[in-house]
Write a new protein. Structure first.
Length: 141
């Protein structure tokens, strides 16, 4: 079991200019990965699997939220079907395609994932890493 001291990131947050719209989008999309909303505050909500690891919030300084060019958030899927569902639901909920579900040779043969841009411009990913395939491939090296 993963212990708290084994984690490298406690949580991350992204700003939003429309919290109700962001909640509606992420409630649908993250449900495909069995990630649920675990914390609700007036100006922020958090998602996770029992622990708040991904936050949506109105910026604390009350300035408009902006996106970070060159960064993205990757959510872990447990199989390829979850990746496909994440993509399908995200597109239906208003995201735009930034990479359809499939393998990416540049990430390694065990990788299967997709990329979308959420309605506010944040790049998000769902990916599955095939551990059995990885063990076969990388055990040879």
């Amino acid at each position: 079991m993963l212990k708290q001291e084994d984690k490298t990131i406690c949580h991350l947050s992204i700003g939003t200019n429309n919290l109700p719209q962001a909640i509606k989008f992420y409630d649908k999309v993250l449900a495909t990965l069995n990630i649920e909303r675990v914390t609700n505050h007036e100006q922020a909500v958090a998602y996770g699997k029992g622990y708040p690891t991904f936050w949506l919030q109105i910026p604390f300084d009350q300035q408009p939220a902006t996106i970070a060019n060159g960064s993205h958030i990757g959510f872990m899927a447990t199989n390829k079907e979850q990746v496909n569902d994440f993509y399908r639901v995200a597109i239906a909920a208003g995201a735009s395609c930034n990479g359809k579900p499939g393998p990416r040779a540049e990430y390694g043969e065990p990788y299967y994932g997709c990329f979308v841009i959420d309605p506010e411009g944040h790049k998000i990913e769902a990916s599955f890493w095939d551990m059995e395939l990885a063990e076969k491939i990388y055990a040879k090296n």
